[in-house]
Design a binder for this molecule. Structure first.
Ligand SMILES: [Zn+2]
Length: 331
């Protein structure tokens, strides 16, 4: 006797046609078009890491510099991407069990009219969706003064994280916190009005923390808070800083903005972006940290790698490869 599925195979199309006639399609259902909350959880030793998404913004290829058109085309094709490319804005929450550290704060919804920030500003909603509250954050570690990294520090005139100590490299923030240095920088800027507006914006973000004694400079590489070390990676900005998180023999390097265009910059690390203030230094730091992560087989977390932006870097064939994390549920 033929197996049941073979006997049914012949009549299946007929059954389908009859079903269509008897059971017409239901009323149309609207497309939902929302995504799951933007958080992703993983363990690093005893630490719980939560990647938080602030938004996704389409970036034109014109922001990529130092790469030939052929390199850009081949890099995007390798990742099945076409321009403009969706770029994630990610921050990372580290619960050590005794302290809650947040690396970067997203845009805070600032500059929402700019194409580079439209639709961003979701970090706080995603932090809450992840089971945390802003007032629980003990320390905020800033990779650099970029609007997509510090824009979320305040809510109007108030601190968005009322109990947090903000920590950032002195070489990054001095120009914003020292009135004489700020005045000199504005005077030297080609567009003084734009520079003034930018400095006033930074003042609004940092001053509420400074005033309450909730700001500390990072002066040298070393332990910033238990389990987290700073690593100067200047280039994207003058005081750009990466962070190394370690627990139970496991290590994660939080890159900051060492890489924006993963599809191109892992294959061609000498490619930079128009946002790099010193492209040569940014490139040198990118290659140094890529190699460090590959050699140590460390976890890597990138502010602009496709959410959740965590994975590993492999070196080989004269280039680097990005290996995204496999989805997991912490136990
Ligand atoms: Zn950035």
């Amino acid at each position: 006797m033929r197996p049941l599925f073979r006997r049914l195979r012949g009549v299946a199309p007929l059954v389908g046609m009859v079903a269509l006639v008897i059971c017409p399609a239901r009323a149309q259902v609207p497309l939902v078009k929302t995504q799951a909350p933007g958080f992703y959880r993983m363990m690093l030793g005893d630490f719980e890491i939560t990647a938080l998404n602030d938004g996704v913004v389409a970036y034109p290829v014109s922001t990529l510099t130092g790469a030939t058109p052929e390199q850009i085309t081949s890099g995007l094709a390798e990742m099945r991407l076409t321009a403009p490319v969706n770029m994630s804005y990610n921050a990372f929450l580290i619960n050590t069990g005794t302290r809650l550290n947040l690396i970067d704060t997203g845009t805070g919804g600032t500059f929402a009219e700019s194409p580079f920030f439209r639709g961003a500003g979701r970090l706080l909603a995603n932090l809450r969706a992840a089971g945390y509250r802003p007032e629980q954050v003990d320390d905020i570690l800033i990779t650099h003064i970029g609007p997509d990294h510090v824009g979320g520090l305040t809510h109007g005139a108030n601190r968005a994280f009322p109990h947090a100590m903000v920590r950032a490299a002195r070489s990054e923030v001095d120009v914003y916190l020292d009135p004489a240095k700020a005045a000199a920088a504005i005077a030297a800027a080609p567009d003084k009005e734009q520079a003034k507006a930018w400095f006033q914006f930074q003042e609004r973000l940092l001053a509420p923390y400074v005033k309450e004694g909730k700001f500390r400079n990072i002066d040298a590489d070393g332990t910033i808070v238990p389990g987290v070390r700073s690593l100067a990676t200047h280039g994207h900005t003058p005081g750009h800083t990466s962070f190394i998180v370690e627990s139970k023999g496991q290590t994660m390097i939080v890159l900051g903005d060492l890489v924006h265009w993963g599809a191109v910059q892992f294959a061609y690390p000498s490619a930079s972006t128009s946002f790099d203030s010193d492209p040569a230094s940014a490139t040198a730091q990118r290659q140094r940290v890529f190699q460090m992560a590959a050699d140590g087989d460390y976890w890597v977390a990138g502010a602009h790698l496709a959410f959740p932006g965590v994975g590993h870097i492999r070196a080989g064939e004269g280039r680097y490869f990005w290996i995204p994390a496999t989805y997991t549920i912490p136990r």
